[in-house]
Design a protein around this ligand. Sequence first.
Ligand code: PHE
Length: 500
Amino acid sequence: MENRPQWGTRAGFIMAAAGSAIGLGNIWRFPATAYENGGGAFFLPYLFALLTAGIPILIMEFAIGHKYRGSSPLSLARLNKKAEWLGWWQVGISFIIAVYYAAIIAWAMSYFIFSLKLSWGQDTEGFLFGDYLKLAEVPGQTGSIVPGVLIPLILVWVIALGVLLKGIKKGIEAANKIFLPTLIVLFFIIVLRAITLDGAMEGLNAFFKPDWSAIADGKVWVAAYGQIFFSLSVGFAIMITYSSYLPKKSDLTNNAFITGFGNSAFELLAGIGVFSALGFMAMQQGVSIDEVVAGGVGLAFVVFPQIINEFPAFNQLFGLLFFGSLTLAGLTSLISIIETFVAGVQDKFNVSRTKSVLMGGGLASIISLLFATQGGLYFLDVMDYFINNFGVALAGLVEIILVAWVFRELNNLQKHANSVSDIMLGAWWKICLSVITPAVLGYMMFDNVRTNISENYEGYATSFIVPFGWGVAGLVIVVGILLSFKSWKKESLSSVKEDT
Ligand code: PHE
């Protein structure tokens, strides 16, 4: 344990943590979520969620990883032997996300190349589902492998595992130090151009116009918490793992604030860029903004290609910039999420980093081939929805309940964070974690279960949703519990004592 690898610099750690946080969620999820949940008024619940849940949980996860110096399962086992299963559950969630997130990055890479000739043509929707994905007719069918997706997908895994093989400092840190600043520069260019397009102002007005009545709607608060959770990468083992590589003297609280605000700043920037572009497109097509707003796959791969088609000049260049940004934003998040299971396997099975990257990453890359089939998009959609709602959010809720109420560790973690940080954590931190956040997340879970029991997500067949939605979300819990029964090498659980 004494020779656990470390980040080279503080900036390196912050870039890696921010690189994980800044992902597709910022670019394609935040703008539409904010627009649909009160526009300018959404910032109030959003900021509230950031300050009462996002940053406090981030501080807690930084403190756990830093104090116990292990992957999520090892850190939690050291916190309390009975908490280890939670670590594996989170690792399992990350594993599932990794296998489909890689596919989205593969699509972005393909579209990067397509930008050179604007190959998507005028019917961007037909191109995506037909020509490119060759989507199966019925959800749940795999059909055959689609080579156009398979090739970039292999490339994504080669890049991500290549970075991980090189280790923490020379691999993850070095990659983030290149990818993240590049992403920010590329994205800035897009935003600067977007806000000067005709119609941009109308787009921004639509985005920022506050609908204050939304504040009274519980769903809007739930959306804000959901966005913060996903966007900050909390609740999926990532931040515990990354902070376990911090040197002993590291300011945890400050780092959490920088990461949290940095992520939100990028989110806001993305909202401005996306809505300027949408305003431009609405004006070109003579329709209202409402008709062009989209999020997720539709925004990135259907609407943006249309916007790029209509750009006044340098269309190809903006295609390259946009899909290049998506690729970079995705890669840094993917790297962080694979590291969770690489570190978990390495700690538990006492194997070298190389072996655990090849074992864990190898298995994930093979399963990920499912998303290079004709049914890929449907599998992805269902898994993403269930693993977020009954994985990330639920594991986050369980994590704070266990740490705050069952094992009553908040005081110890507070002491630990305060011993190394400039900003002192006070009662506010404990109140957020033990009362406010569990109350909101608890309501969110209840609401989620209720809606999902009363109707199938997206109207998919029960025979598809049960195994691939509920089943996958449940399976990772079972696997987590099973893995926690395997015993550790004898000094694993105790060695941290001398170390802190
Ligand atoms: N914060 C990431 C995002 O916004 C969430 C994520 C992290 C997703 C790691 C996948 C892997 O996209």
